[in-house]
Every structure is written in structure tokens, then in C-alpha cells.
Design a protein around this ligand. Structure first.
Ligand code: FMN
Length: 549
């Protein structure tokens, strides 16, 4: 049995109260409501609004709906196909020599010809979803992975679809982090099915390798119930931040594709879509020739090992998924690009320029080393970080995400609001980051450690951090443009940028931790500037109380 790593935190937070001796579950009534009364179909955005509203945390909701973890029914963190042969991957990490702060920020020109081989695929998989640390606890062992994940529940599975590559035959494979291997689900070149599913998305047409992320409801819902659908975007995002950075470090063009007909991709992977669903496709590399027509892909019906003795259904998250699914080629074609502009109003408060460091001035810790030493801070020391560290982190993490829903390149859905506690040369207070101007605008001064601890679900980490970085987005134009699926995109973008912040912090010898939050209280804290915006994500950065590597 593996223990839950947040259990320490859980003891200090009412919402995650655990009861290891009592296997009974009490699920909040409010969380059990159904959205079926609302219309389905991507453009009927009442569903996303209702889901967002129903899954908000507040001081009252946490107390009204305590959730007791059923440790005896804790899901296994691994998907296992017992009948398939393994193709073991080499776990040796090849030094890239590329500074993490460059890899996080850099883009590789989309049309650069590059084909990964099996060694590169192993490196990409290991450094984004591999088991990088194991920790023994009195009740079991936790297998920590390369990227942060809510509750260390690791609900994201990876699948590889490729043409013939050096060391790897064309096929569709499942990646198993537990024994660091691939298992072949289908032989032959099935990339054409993904070209179809993405309505001819140009980067997919020229992709030698596509890594498909799926999300498994129960793995995460065991703890987080209906809020799990938000976590899909967050946890897929942190993983993709690593994948994007590692791909850049080995010179592979890459792009995240979220516009596809869901049923077609799920069918290719033969996942039971009531339990596991495709969430994003990562294009890696570029070849000029498009793939041949795909061979037929019949149902596989492969046996998998059950995650738990039984699974509890939380319909809201599946309804959110269904309402944000794309069903036709026409819907997919409309999905791409045309990101609604989301400019902040010009600053009216005092502004503080952020000195961005050039490549020659940054710390050069290579990306693979930074990923291997990353691990969410469990305690911050309250000591200050420098303004150069903060500005480097903000600059490097926000240089744009190559994604089909962000066009023109550099477009963004989320804005960063900061509570600064201890940054040298910066007065403690609340700020908003103007990325295009490279400045922080001061919204109010003051010592807000107590408030930050409260906003971060009454946890100590956000109170002790040097800076808390909140992601806020105006859902209205985004849902209007993209429909319910825009909700996926908002969470995913936040997860990717949040994951980059993690890497940019660890690259500078700092610590970081993702955090959850009291939704509406966060918006209220940043009023009036944040009027109309919703809280999406939170990451705290500071000096770890533990000695940093
Ligand atoms: C989006 C996100 C939210 C998180 N929220 C919390 C939180 O509220 N409290 C906490 O102590 N840790 C939180 N974490 C940290 C996870 O517990 C941690 O990533 C997980 O245990 C895996 O450990 P690692 O990051 O050290 O590899 C969060 C992580 C992410 C990515």
C-alpha cells in the first residue's frame, strides 16, 4: 500500500481530514449535484459555468463537506496491462548541457526537421512522468514522479503513437512508469488516425512522434472528488511543462494539441472513456512526409489490473468532460487559434521594472538535473529571494506556450497576480504582472502573510513563501470563443506555466509548491483589479526550509 503524501498537510487542513481507521466516506451534498439539467454540447457553456461554480472551495464549503479518505480503497498509481509484453527502456539520463532556464523559455522553430529515436523517447518519458524518487512511510511506499501532481495521485497516463523510428517500431504504446517500459497496444503506423481526429492539424501531419496524455478520473477523485476535472488540466500541465522543456533541450520542435474529436482518440487507445479520457496530444519532432493511411484499429479489450476494490463515481466531472468534447471535424477546425485578446488595463498604480537576465547571466543548471532534484517544498523558511530571481522566474516561465489554442504565439489566457512577502527591493504587498511591459504593478502594500495562508486553503506554505503567484482568468471571453472546452484550456495553460515556474524556481536553487485555494476569496483579495476574473491556479515560491541541493 502506498501512503498519501499530503497526509501531513491534511492533518492541518480541514478539507482533507483523513480517517485511516474509519473507511467510511462522507461526500458533500453540494458536490453531488448533477449538471444534466444543463445543455450538453461544447457551445452550451452553462455546463462549464455550473461546474466551475459547483467545485469552488470556500471556508464554508470545506467545513460543510468534510471528505474522509478511504485508505483501504486507495487507487493504485499505475495502470497495468498484465497480458502485454514489456519493452524495457534505458533509464540512463543523457546530459543535455542545456540550462533549465533556457529550456523552459526557448522555442524551437516548428518546421525544424527532427526525429526522436528510442533513447530520446525514453529521456522525454522519464523526465516528464518517470518515477524519480521513492519514499518509505510506515504504511507503504510513495513513488514520486518527475512532475508535481495533486496529492501524488498521478492520474495522467502517457501513450506513444509513432511512425517507424530508430529503435522503435511504428505503433501505439502505453508507457508504464512503474517498470519504465512501453507496452505495445497496436502495431503499425496509426498517426493517420490522429491526423483525422485533429482535422488535419498541420503539426500532427508532420509529427514523427505524438505523446498522448489521458486522465483517469478515479485515481484523483478518490481524494478530490468532483474538483478532479480541474486537476486534470493542472497535473497534465505540470507534466507537459517538463516535456516541453526536455524536448527543447534536445532540439525537438513541439506543440500541444487540445483540439481533437475525443471519441476517435479514446478509441485508438481503447480506453474505457467512462474512466479514462484523452486530454492532450504533444507533437514532438517534424518530418516532411505525412503518415500513410492508418491500418484498421479494432477494439482491443485488453485486461487491466483494477485500481481499487471499487470506484466511486462523481458524475459532475464526467458531465464536464462530455460537454467539452468535440464531435465533428467542423468543430475541431473551429477550435484552433483566434485566442481572444486578454490584455490587462494599462497600469495606474506604481510600477516596478523587472530586470530580465540575459542567457549569459542566468544559472546554468541543466534541465535534467533540475527535474531530478525538483520536489514540492514542504516548508518554506520565510527568508527573502532576490528581485532578479523573481523576475527571471516570471520572465522565463511566461514566454509563451506552443499550443493550438494560443494563437498568435504568445497569447495567454491566465494573468499572474502576486502576493509578495519577502523579495529583496520589493515592498511586501499585492501586485499584478504586466508581461508585455515587463513590470509589476503594485495594487496594495502590506504584510499579507496571514491572508495568503488563508487564501491557500488555510495552509502554512503560502503564508511562509517568499511570493505566492495566483493565476486568474476572465472566463467569459474564453468560454465564448472556445465553448466548454475553453475551460480545459484555461486549466491546462495554468498547469503548464505553473510547471515552468516550478522548474525556473528549482533552477535558481529555490523551492516551490502548487497549492489549492478559496476561489472567490482570491478574487476578492485582488479587487478591484481582478473584477470579473476567476481564480484558476496557485504556486508558492520561496526558500525551502530544507537544505536545497
Ligand atoms: C496543482 C497542484 C496543487 C497542489 N496543491 C497542494 C496543496 O494544496 N498542498 C500541498 O501541501 N501540496 C500541494 N501540491 C503538491 C503535491 O502534493 C505534490 O506535487 C505531490 O505530493 C508530489 O510531490 P512532488 O511535487 O514533491 O514530486 C500541489 C501540487 C500541484 C501540482
Amino acid at each position: 500500500m502506498s501512503l498519501h503524501p499530503d497526509s501531513q498537510v491534511a492533518r492541518h487542513t480541514l478539507c482533507f481530514r483523513t480517517c485511516e481507521t474509519n473507511s467510511k466516506r462522507r461526500v458533500g451534498e453540494r458536490r453531488n449535484i448533477s449538471l444534466t439539467a444543463t445543455l450538453t454540447g461544447n457551445l452550451h457553456t452553462e455546463t462549464a459555468w455550473a461546474y466551475h461554480e459547483a467545485t469552488k472551495h470556500s471556508y464554508v464549503s470545506i467545513r460543510a463537506n468534510p471528505h474522509f479518505l478511504d485508505w483501504a480503497n486507495q487507487p493504485s498509481p499505475f495502470k497495468i496491462y498484465p497480458s502485454l509484453q514489456t519493452l524495457n527502456l534505458a533509464s540512463e539520463i543523457h546530459p543535455t548541457g542545456v540550462a533549465a532556464l533556457s529550456a523552459v523559455a526557448e522555442s524551437v522553430r516548428e518546421q525544424t526537421a527532427a526525429q526522436p529515436d528510442l533513447e530520446a523517447i525514453a529521456q522525454l518519458l522519464y523526465l516528464s512522468a518517470g518515477v524519480t524518487r521513492r519514499r518509505q512511510y510506515p504504511g507503504g511506499e510513495i513513488y514520486f514522479r518527475a512532475a508535481a501532481c495533486t496529492g501524488a495521485l498521478y492520474e495522467v497516463e502517457l501513450y506513444v503513437a509513432c511512425g517507424q523510428l530508430k529503435g522503435l517500431d511504428a505503433g501505439v504504446y502505453h508507457f508504464s512508469p512503474g517498470d519504465f517500459s512501453l507496452r505495445r497496444l497496436r502495431s503499425g503506423d496509426h498517426r493517420g488516425a490522429l491526423v483525422e481526429a485533429t482535422a488535419g492539424e498541420p503539426s500532427i501531419v508532420h509529427a514523427p512522434l505524438i505523446i498522448i496524455s489521458t486522465c483517469t478520473y478515479w485515481r484523483n477523485a478518490w481524494k478530490y472528488q468532483n474538483r478532479t476535472y480541474r486537476h486534470f488540466g493542472w497535473d497534465n500541465g505540470t507534466l507537459l511543462a517538463n516535456l516541453l522543456a526536455v524536448a527543447a533541450s534536445i532540439g525537438l520542435p513541439r506543440k500541444i494539441i487540445t483540439g481533437f474529436t475525443d471519441a476517435e482518440v479514446n478509441r485508438l487507445l481503447d480506453v474505457d472513456s467512462k474512466r479514462e479520457v484523452a486530454f492532450s496530444l504533444a507533437v514532438l519532432g517534424h518530418v516532411s512526409a505525412p503518415p500513410p493511411q492508418s491500418p484498421s484499429a479494432p477494439t482491443l479489450g485488453l485486461e487491466t489490473v483494477p485500481y481499487s476494490r471499487h470506484e466511486v463515481d462523481y458524475p459532475l466531472m464526467r458531465e464536464m468532460h462530455s460537454a467539452s468534447s468535440l464531435e465533428s471535424r467542423a468543430e475541431v477546425e473551429k477550435w484552433r487559434g483566434n485566442t481572444p485578446p486578454s490584455n490587462l488595463p494599462p497600469p495606474t498604480g506604481p510600477t516596478i521594472p523587472l530586470p530580465a537576465l540575459a542567457d549569459a547571466e542566468i544559472r546554468r543548471d541543466p534541465i535534467e538535473q533540475v527535474i531530478l532534484r525538483r520536489g514540492s517544498s514542504r516548508k518554506f523558511s520565510r527568508s527573502p529571494i532576490s528581485l532578479a530571481q523573481l523576475s527571471t522566474l516570471l520572465d522565463r516561465a511566461t514566454r509563451g506556450v506552443p499550443a493550438d489554442f494560443l494563437d498568435p504565439p504568445g497569447a495567454q489566457l491566465n494573468h499572474l497576480y502576486l502576493i509578495v512577502h519577502a523579495v529583496e527591493s520589493l515592498d511586501p504587498g499585492a501586485y499584478v504582472f504586466h508581461r508585455n511591459l515587463g513590470v509589476l504593478e503594485c495594487l496594495k502594500n502590506g504584510d499579507f502573510r496571514t491572508q495568503a495562508g488563508y487564501l491557500g486553503l488555510e495552509q502554512q506554505l503560502p503564508a511562509d513563501a517568499a511570493v505566492d503567484i495566483f493565476f486568474l482568468a476572465d472566463l467569459r471571453p474564453i468560454l465564448e470563443r472556445f465553448g466548454n472546452r475553453g475551460y480545459r484550456a484555461i486549466q491546462l495553460e495554468a498547469g503548464i506555466v505553473g510547471g515552468k515556474i516550478y522548474l525556473a524556481a528549482y533552477a535558481q536553487g529555490l523551492g516551490a509548491s502548487g497549492l489549492t485555494f478559496y476561489d472567490d476569496d482570491v478574487t476578492s483579495f485582488f479587487l478591484p483589479h481582478a473584477l470579473g476574473k476567476s481564480a484558476i491556479f496557485l504556486v508558492a515560491v520561496g526558500r525551502s526550509a530544507k537544505r536545497m541541493h
